[in-house]
Design a protein around this ligand. Structure first.
Ligand code: NAP
Ligand code: MG
Length: 491
């Protein structure tokens, strides 16, 4: 008997998963489901509920009616709830990791890393819940305010709609759920349809931990069918969305007057200067471009390398990428697994072929077999090629050779995206100069960009989004300042 048995049933040898509305595990109102398939071999992982508008409405109402339950808990109790979720997640993680590998194609090490980072994030958010303070402001800056005292306190926003992408189905959801709860909000969560099951497993863990019914509702279903209904719902106070720029922009257009946190696409640049430690730069740029088959918003999606060291760099890169073994995510020797779906694989192929047709050189890889795309090194990419500007989301090291540092900065900033970037150099002045001039949310020095567990704020500028995520920063975004002013009586 496992705690997960309550949320699934087997019929005709197929496993069906329910969704979670108002504290109950339910089927969709019209009993429709959709398939979740393993990108490795296309086998069926399970069938999940295809939420209807009616289901979406029930989820929003439940979250709305439960606002008071979570807002009235003490910060200490909200923190303890998060700690309990972390503890139970740790105890039940093996089965969750198994499903995560099956439905996302992630290798074991990355799946483990994702769940561990989620557990850590829950624990940090529990600490941060207790720090929600406020401030006292004296009104006597102006004569008419003499004697007044402003008390500024933080209050929950109310109901948060969290919509998450396929690439970190647990971490991106926890990155929204933990701060929302820490800040005293209720939620409706809609995971990506490619791999929603692992979050359902995490949800029953949250229920076991004692989340009051209705405070967290997790509905599965098609974003394009129920997304607008949710995003435009007047009882939703804030949308926290992680996903593509295309969908994020659309949600913003239907949202109306809501707070928005949009974590969107990226085209991160890795700038490598002539004085860089090339061994380090090669290893980090390979990780940045290839980890989880490049399906990361924070991927190094183009390497801008200065000419004098470019030949050396690409030769070393080819040797490095030969170690990135493509294969079954369950095989412990595999470093890269399949891409998430056919559309994603076609897009990578299209971008690589477009570059080759316009004169780029394939030094390694370049082919695909079904959803498996070979780890690829693409040299002599130039600004005429789509891959110089469009998000790749595939295992491609894209090399753009530049004359000098200034050209590298210029090309980095010509992108519409502005999520994160990195620079490899031993010159601290150049590193800090670049860090301030690259137009994006964060710049990493001598490392590929990573989210970390959320101590640092993370988020994008330009087409990469609005607002910042991070434990403390998300709690701030998910709460509002409320002002109380004491006026002394006259006389
Ligand atoms: P996506 O296609 O944009 O989908 C993201 C989520 O939006 C899914 O849950 C999807 O549901 C839903 N959705 C689709 N259409 C919708 C609509 N009209 N209204 C409301 N929701 C809708 O993104 P993805 O392919 O899953 O993930 C990859 C993208 O996410 C990349 O662009 C990547 O850069 C970005 N990302 C950004 C960050 C960051 O922190 N900045 C982190 C990770 C990923 P369905 O699955 O049902 O369509
Ligand atoms: Mg998608």
């Amino acid at each position: 008997m496992s705690i997960f048995d309550e949320i699934r049933f087997v019929s005709n040898n197929e496993t069906f998963y329910k969704m979670f509305i108002d504290g109950n595990w339910v089927e969709s109102s019209n009993k429709q489901t959709f398939e979740v398939r393993n990108p490795h071999d296309n086998s069926l992982v399970g069938k999940v509920q295809k939420a209807t508008q009616e289901d979406a409405e029930k989820a929003v109402q439940a979250a709305f009616n439960s606002k008071g339950k979570i807002a009235s808990m003490s910060a200490l109790d909200r923190g303890n709830l998060l700690l309990k979720i972390a503890e139970l997640l740790e105890q039940n993680k093996d089965e969750i990791i198994k499903i995560l590998i099956d439905e996302s194609g992630k290798i074991g090490k990355d799946a483990n890393g994702e769940i561990d980072a989620s557990i850590t994030r829950l624990r940090y958010a529990a600490e941060e819940a207790k720090q929600l303070g406020g401030e006292l402001i004296k009104g006597d800056y102006a004569p008419h305010g003499k004697g007044q005292i402003g008390m500024v306190v933080r209050q929950p926003l109310g109901v948060i709609l969290a919509v998450t992408p396929f690439n970190y189905p647990i971490f991106t959801a926890i990155a929204k759920i933990a701060p929302a709860i820490a800040g005293g909000n209720s939620l409706v969560v809609k995971p990506a349809s490619d791999d929603p099951i692992c979050l359902l497993l995490v949800t029953i863990v949250m229920q076991e931990a004692g989340i009051p019914p209705g405070v967290i509702n997790v509905i599965t279903g098609s974003g394009s069918e129920i997304g607008d209904y949710l995003a435009s719902h007047e009882k939703i106070d804030m949308i926290s969305f992680t996903g593509s720029t295309f969908v994020g922009r659309h949600m913003a257009s239907v949202a109306g007057m809501k707070r928005l946190q949009l974590e969107l696409g990226g085209k991160g640049a890795g700038i490598v200067l002539g004085d860089a430690d090339l061994n380090l730069a090669v290893k980090e740029c390979a990780k940045g471009a290839l980890k989880f088959s490049g399906q990361r918003c924070d991927a190094i999606s183009r390497v801008l390398i200065v000419n004098p060291v470019a030949d050396n760099f690409v030769n070393m890169m080819v040797e490095e990428v030969k170690n990135w073994k493509l294969g079954d995510p369950k095989d412990p020797n595999t470093v890269i697994g399949p891409l998430i779906n056919e559309r994603a694989a076609q897009k990578v192929e299209e971008l690589v072929n477009d570059a080759i047709n316009k004169g780029a050189k394939i030094l390694l890889g370049g082919k695909r077999n079904g959803l498996y795309f070979e780890p690829t090194v693409l040299d002599f990419v130039n600004k005429e090629m789509r891959i110089a500007w469009e998000e790749t989301f595939g295992p491609v090291v894209t090399v753009i050779r530049v004359n000098d540092y200034e050209e590298a900065i210029r090309i980095a900033n010509e992108s519409n995206y502005g999520l994160d970037s990195c620079i490899f150099t031993n010159d601290i002045d150049k590193a800090l100069d670049a860090s301030q001039r690259i137009e994006c949310g964060s710049v990493h020095i001598n490392s590929h960009p990573t989210h970390g567990v959320g101590a640092f704020p993370f988020g994008g500028d330009k087409d990469s989004g609005l607002g910042r995520e991070g434990i403390k920063y998300s709690i701030e975004e998910m709460t509002k300042t409320h002002t109380i002013v004491y006026h002394p009586r006259e006389g």
